[in-house]
Design a protein around this ligand. Structure first.
Ligand SMILES: Nc1ncnc2c1ncn2[C@@H]1O[C@H](COP(=O)(O)OP(=O)(O)O)[C@@H](O)[C@H]1O
Ligand SMILES: [Mg+2]
Length: 257
């Protein structure tokens, strides 16, 4: 589904991602950990094609199509979707109107299907009538992002800290909807969707039963493994030590072989 090869990215005159490679197959969900500022959001913004993120080397293929030169709208049409860590406020555009358009409905009156989707995320009609992200609380922003994804139903979904600032009850709600968006309720062989999730907490991962986890350090994937193992290792030892242990583990294994 997604194949990133030797990706190097500059923001302004600084190199943020270096020689990063990552493969995510159809039906898989991967988790990305890493300390603040290591480049996680930069990776997602680059994949979506924001112009400030300059690809200086490498390639990205989505469903076999090279996307690094495509504008964002074409990437989205191809099936890419994202829930932002810090989405912008959009004055004068109501959330309900935006979701109407994402569902392919006419502008204007909010569609009953939009109201139905919103209800699943505990979002009221009054809330749908508010300007996008204007004065939304942290948790409301996250639920509004997930609502837009429900309407778009993308094939490859990137979630940038979908759980940060969300209360316990709403984490349950968001986790359930993410499960559905990523086909995690289906048998593995029937899963069509795939995704990449950035998170700092284990709570959302309990819902998703992810296939693989990675630790990013300084713009590179420094360690990969099974999500449970990596989570335990990061929680117990911190990011840098986790990566060291990951490397020595690999060396030991290689030594045995
Ligand atoms: N527009 C920008 N201009 C300059 N530096 C940026 C810009 N966007 C991100 N950065 C820098 O790139 C680094 C990686 O940021 P980011 O990808 O947001 O990290 P993360 O999501 O892992 O916390 C940080 O040092 C950040 O300050
Ligand atoms: Mg970030």
């Amino acid at each position: 589904m997604l194949e990133i090869k030797n990706l190097t990215v500059q923001v302004g005159c600084r190199e943020i991602l270096r020689d990063l490679s990552l493969n995510i197959e159809r039906g898989e969900v991967h988790v990305l950990f890493g300390p603040n500022g290591c480049g996680k959001t930069t990776l997602l913004m680059t994949l979506l094609g924001f112009p400030n993120y300059k690809v200086t080397r490498g390639s990205v293929r989505l469903k076999g199509v090279e996307i690094t030169t495509l504008p964002t709208n074409e990437r989205v049409r191809l099936g890419l979707g994202m829930s932002f860590q810090h989405p912008p406020e959009i004055r004068g555009v109501k959330l309900g109107e935006m979701v109407n358009i994402a569902l392919g409905r006419k502008e204007g009156e909010i569609d009953s299907e939009v109201v139905g989707l919103a209800r699943r995320l505990n979002i009221s009609v009054a809330f749908l009538n508010r300007d996008v992200n204007l004065g939304f609380s942290g948790g409301e922003v996250k639920r509004s992002e997930i609502l837009q994804l429900l309407a778009q139903s993308p094939d490859f979904i990137m979630f940038d800290e979908p759980d940060s600032g969300v209360d316990i009850e709403n984490i349950e709600l968001i986790g359930e909807v993410m499960r559905e968006l990523l086909d995690r309720n289906k048998m593995p062989s029937r899963r069509e969707k795939a995704g990449l999730i950035i998170t700092h907490s284990g709570s959302i991962m309990r819902h998703l039963n992810a296939d693989r986890a990675h630790v990013m350090l300084d713009g590179r994937i420094a360690c990969s493994g099974m999500p449970d193992e990596i989570t335990r290792n990061v929680m117990a030892n911190g990011f840098e030590r986790c990566v060291e242990l990951c490397k020595t583990g690999r060396e030991n294994k290689e030594g045995l072989e």
